[in-house]
Design a binder for this molecule. Structure first.
Ligand SMILES: *Cc1c(COP(=O)(O)O)cnc(C)c1O
Length: 409
């Protein structure tokens, strides 16, 4: 064994790890950062050009990025904001909830989805996921609809399209608003239609680990023109004219405050990155798909659960490759596996501990993990492996070697 404890893979209960196996797959100074983005020269040049232009705030490049997103998704009004969290919050405000109005979403999501409901005075209601697709189960949604239900927020988990036929039908039948959390799902399609276009608002994320990156950033897409104008205003203090239209090349203009708004606008500096990231969205998707297929092949005989194939007539965005490490089958726990990958100097993620595992929601909404057994089970066994276009073939080989070593000792 090496003299540095951090240089060895922890020996787990049932396993005797030989000296050769205890050697990390990667050296410490080459730690593989989970979700590392890939930047290329065009966005670097655009950022420099933006800075040299003297205008880095919300302006022409942000407008160009909005247009590009709207074109990519196939229409609708686009509002660029500084995060998907902001996009979800504004969309919930667009829904015009009254205090205590119920909004149904999945327990297997990032906390921002649920917090957006709370910040708009809504009451979050959770509907458990399907154990195979890990997406919200429409049958569970139907059970949770009450006269107070106002909206549904499906999350296209890991980039896999939710069962939109069933969800749209429920929304229509009960006159509910539909807000799609597309943080994983820029490339996702369902029956020939892009995610984010099925309902009233589609919310996208350009956070550092997402499929299109601006650092921090988000976008709302909506078919409703009046909502778009109102949310755009709310995203910038409730002012009637944005800064570009006050200080831009047409000269100073007065503004009027029409709402108590927020500071949620995207900067041209961010849009500079996003424009070129979006231009490469397909090439990056193909690279992630190739990595996904290599993982599928490499792990076929391991005792882990790998993602089920995409549903027919859908396009998976391949955002997260989530495996389940079930202790009974694998001999090690999920957390031991996570520690083992870290000892191999490979960063992994957990998406997600289910919402009811967190103290805040237990205390304020009286939810228990066991009430959502599929989300609980996934949340306690899941690990996300690196899956970004920044990975080299050697990086992918290292991930496969580390996973194989941890599970076959
Ligand atoms: C990342 C993420 C968000 C929040 O996105 P930000 O841009 O970081 O605010 C919301 N929902 C889901 C499902 C996410 O993965």
């Amino acid at each position: 064994m090496s003299s540095h404890p951090t240089e060895t893979v922890p020996v787990t209960g049932q396993h005797r790890i030989t000296e050769a196996q205890s050697r990390p797959v990667r050296p410490k100074d080459r730690f593989l950062v989970f979700g590392a983005p890939k930047f290329e020269q065009p966005e670097i040049d655009e950022v420099i050009a933006c800075m040299q232009s003297g205008w880095i705030g919300t302006g022409p490049r942000t407008a160009q990025f909005e247009k590009a997103m709207s074109d990519y998704v196939g229409g609708g009004h686009a509002i660029a904001v500084n995060s998907c969290t902001a996009a979800l919050h504004l969309s919930m405000l667009g829904a015009g909830l009254k205090p205590g109005d119920e909004v149904i979403t999945t327990p297997l999501t990032f906390c921002a989805t649920v917090n957006a409901i709370i910040h708009a005075d809504g009451a979050p209601v959770l509907a458990d996921v399907d154990p195979q697709t890990m997406n919200i189960n429409p049958a569970r949604i139907a059970e949770k609809i009450t006269p107070r239900t106002r909206a549904i927020i499906p999350v296209h988990f890991a980039g896999r399209a939710c069962d939109m036929d069933a969800i749209v039908a429920l929304a229509k039948q009960h006159n509910l608003l539909l807000i799609e959390d597309c943080a994983h799902a820029i490339e996702t399609e369902y029956h020939g239609r892009k995610a984010g276009t099925f309902g009233d608002f589609g919310c996208f994320s350009f956070y550092v680990t997402k499929n299109v990156v601006t650092g921090e950033g988000g976008m709302i897409l909506t078919p409703h023109e009046a909502d778009a104008a109102r949310l755009k205003r709310l995203a910038l203090h409730g002012m009637s004219k944005d800064a570009w239209h006050r200080f831009g090349d047409s000269g100073y203009k007065h503004y009027a405050v029409l709402d108590a708004g927020f500071k949620y606008n995207m900067m041209d500096l961010q849009a500079s990155i996003g424009l070129h990231q979006l231009a490469r969205v397909e090439a990056n998707w193909q690279r992630r798909r190739a990595i996904w297929q290599r993982y599928d092949q490499a792990f076929a005989n391991l005792p882990i659960v790998t993602p089920v194939p995409p549903q027919p007539d859908t396009r998976h965005a391949y955002h997260l490759y989530t495996i389940l490490v079930e202790q009974e089958r694998c001999g090690i726990s999920r957390d031991q596996f996570v520690d083992g990958m870290t000892a191999h100097h490979i960063g992994v993620g957990v998406h997600y501990l289910s919402i009811p595992e967190h103290p805040f929601y237990q205390q304020h909404y009286h939810v228990r993990p066991t009430d959502y057994p599929h989300a609980m089970h996934i949340g306690r066994q899941t690990v996300s492996l690196p899956l970004t276009p920044a990975l080299s073939d050697d990086d992918v080989r290292d991930v496969i070697a580390a996973v194989t070593q941890l599970l076959s000792s």
